[in-house]
Design a protein around this ligand. Structure first.
Ligand SMILES: O=C(O)CCC(=O)C(=O)O
Length: 254
């Protein structure tokens, strides 16, 4: 019997720890998201706590690189996270109801947009079992020049790799033994067009290169959903977040 596209996608996600869905959202829907981002960057971002707003250079507002918890700060993004095809997809791929955990805006500004260090999202999450999904929606064309995402397929089937501090704002922890020979042999880059969606399991190793363009931005939305039955180590998470905020403030990065 032929598999439906959702079943195919789930098989791919389960076996590779990632999936690529071209044109998940239309150009018109992406324009709507872009317009709402512009609105909140003007109206809402100035009211957000500093630990949810990251700039490559905080003296230069044009270097905005990351916003955290958009779904909590604005009704439009709240709906996009919790009452949307993204949530439906997360429930299908995790085969469960889900908890809406984080919606992020990612940019790599021209000239200053740094690389995303290799990491596994589960290292930050402190959940057990490590069953969660991250989605990454391209808001514009993303390629080798402006820093596309790269994955190690099937890495979610292996144990968590060792991580340590990277000094990178927004991606504070990176894998210390990357790349192994296997990492280098298996890594795949995913250039994306506007509206394409990447999804990955919380244990899938991924990274992105820096933005080497002098003029192009590299904008995307990230959505994180936990499987409903996971247990979060709230103490470990709060300790980690608290130390991180202290360090970022001490270094005057936020
Ligand atoms: O946008 C990027 O560079 C990477 C995003 C990422 O690591 C993630 O969504 O988990």
């Amino acid at each position: 019997m032929a598999l439906t596209s959702t079943e195919n996608l789930k098989q791919k996600f389960d076996s590779d720890g990632l999936a690529f869905i071209p044109s998940f959202r239309s150009k018109r829907e992406i324009a709507d998201i872009q317009n709402n981002l512009e609105r909140i960057i003007g109206d809402v971002v100035p009211t957000m706590p500093v630990e949810h707003v990251f700039y490559e250079d905080k003296q230069d507002l044009s270097t905005l690189k990351q916003l955290q918890n958009l779904h909590l700060h604005d009704e439009y993004f709240g709906q996009l996270m919790s009452n949307s095809p993204f949530r439906e997809l997360a429930e299908n791929l995790l085969d469960s109801r889900v908890v809406c955990k984080n919606m992020q805006y990612f940019n790599k500004p021209p000239k200053t947009g740094l690389a995303t260090p290799p990491h596994q999202d589960g290292y930050y999450f402190k959940i057990s079992p490590c069953e969660a999904i991250t989605m990454w929606l391209a808001l514009e064309p993303v390629d080798h020049e402006n820093g596309c995402v790269r994955y190690i397929p099937r890495s979610h089937l292996e144990p968590m790799r060792p991580h340590a501090s990277t000094g990178t704002l927004g991606f504070s922890q990176g894998i210390t033994d990357f790349p192994t020979a296997d990492d280098s042999a298996n890594e795949i880059s995913f250039p994306a067009q506007t509206g394409d969606l990447l999804v990955h399991h919380a244990l899938t190793i991924h990274r992105a290169t820096a933005n080497r363009s002098k003029i192009r931005t590299r904008k995307a939305i990230g959505l994180i959903y936990y499987r409903e039955d996971v247990t979060e180590d709230l103490v470990a998470r709060a300790t980690y977040q608290g130390e991180l905020i202290k360090e970022m403030k001490a270094k005057q990065r936020i």
